[in-house]
Design a protein around this ligand. Sequence first.
Ligand code: GLU
Ligand code: ASP
Length: 495
Amino acid sequence: MTTKQDIIKSVPQKGFFGHPKGLLSLFFTEFWERFSYYGMRAILLYYMYYELNQGGLGLDRSTANSIMAVYGSLVYMSGIIGGWIADRLFGTTKTVFYGGVAIMIGHATLAIPGGMTTLFVSMAFIIIGTGLLKPNISSIVGDLYAENDVRRDSGFSIFYMGINAGAFIAPFIVGTVGLDYNFHAGFGLAAIGMFFGLVVFMVTKKKYLGLAGSFAPNPLAKDERVKVFSRIAIGIVAILVIGYILITNGIMTIDVFTMIVSILGIVIPTIYFIVLYRSAKTNADEKSRVLAYIPLFVAAMMFWAIQEQGAIILAQYADERTNLMVGSFEINPAWFQSLNPLFIIALAPIFAWLWVKLGERQPSTPKKFALGLFFASMSFLVMIIPAYMNGTDTLVSPYWLVLSFFLVVLGELLLSPVGLSATTKLAPAAFAAQTMSLWFLTSASAQAINAQVVKLYTPENEIAYFGVIGAVALIIGFLLYFFSPKIEEFMRGIK
Ligand code: GLU
Ligand code: ASP
């Protein structure tokens, strides 16, 4: 039986800025994976709604917006499956590798001009691939360090920089090629990015990762396998057959599918909470923490709902409502997607410094979440001003978008880095393997609901759109702040 101790011993503990060399493998693999994901996302919306003669698919705006949200939701929902596969079948490293391959195939599919069919095939590969890769690569980061290693948090921060560095450069490269040259060439670059990530992972894995992630921690027993596999096979076949019948009969339209995902976005976390709470393996303190986690989950959902609209509503805004001419130079609308990761990279060290400086006096987790929501709310409320001042028929200065992305990042830095660690600490010990997926569910559910919400945006009703969503976030933020002492009590000693 391999213990946590054996794993740590097998991992070279130095070699990358005082961190285990394995962090370098994970950093660059995730850098390239995020490069491919966010590069693709930076042009996908435009690909869907640009007219056929501009190389797009000619979908209407609201359908394109809604597909972006459904897609974003499923990409993180599938993390549940990815977590299960790593835990029970392959271990994390193999699962990450299979995920990377699926992602690369997905982007390569979109590099082929093939209309809606290739779009949906590509999405299926990327949804499954990201589910296999994303939660598992993050959990290998944790495996590199001993439980009480002081470098652990800074290891995660470095990894987070890798994510955002990839997300930062992608819109310039994929966005420029995709919009100025050809969408499919852009998607092809995303595939090449993922290929680089896979190469880094394969070449360095053996030497740097040791035993980390090399086996399934909770493997399915031989006799269980047959039963579980046949059930899975029956389930997949049933879904395919029913799906086929519903689609060919015109019952399963994009709208119906979107509705199903939106409902899943509410049902799945609800089931999770019921199971966590009612399990015999959850003790009384842990039950109380599960209850404390519910308002945090809702707040995180509200936050991601706004943050993720940066790639949907604000991307449409960049394209249609923003004056992109600076003198005779035209800004590429996809480049606005680099603002979020740019601000993250620039400001994350300042926040890290601030928390060290404040020490014990720093706000509690619920308060940080509440402040995070406040800034997210502001990022939408400021977008009322240009429409209010000049109406919605004239183009507005690009600085409004810069300001909006800046504000949402202040919120993101309050909420996102602490969110995962709060999830890890608040989830019952028996469910530790699922905590990564549980955290990604905040984003999945947010986008499942977004799939309905983003349909409502039009430039004409912009003031109401930004106003209502901003106000809802503000109210939830205030409630959270107000009840935070109560929530802290329920956290039973967890900070
Ligand atoms: N933008 C971050 C990433 O891609 C956060 C994802 C999330 O939790 O929604 O890793
Ligand atoms: N800030 C996001 C995440 O941390 C990246 C993005 O939205 O571009 O990676």
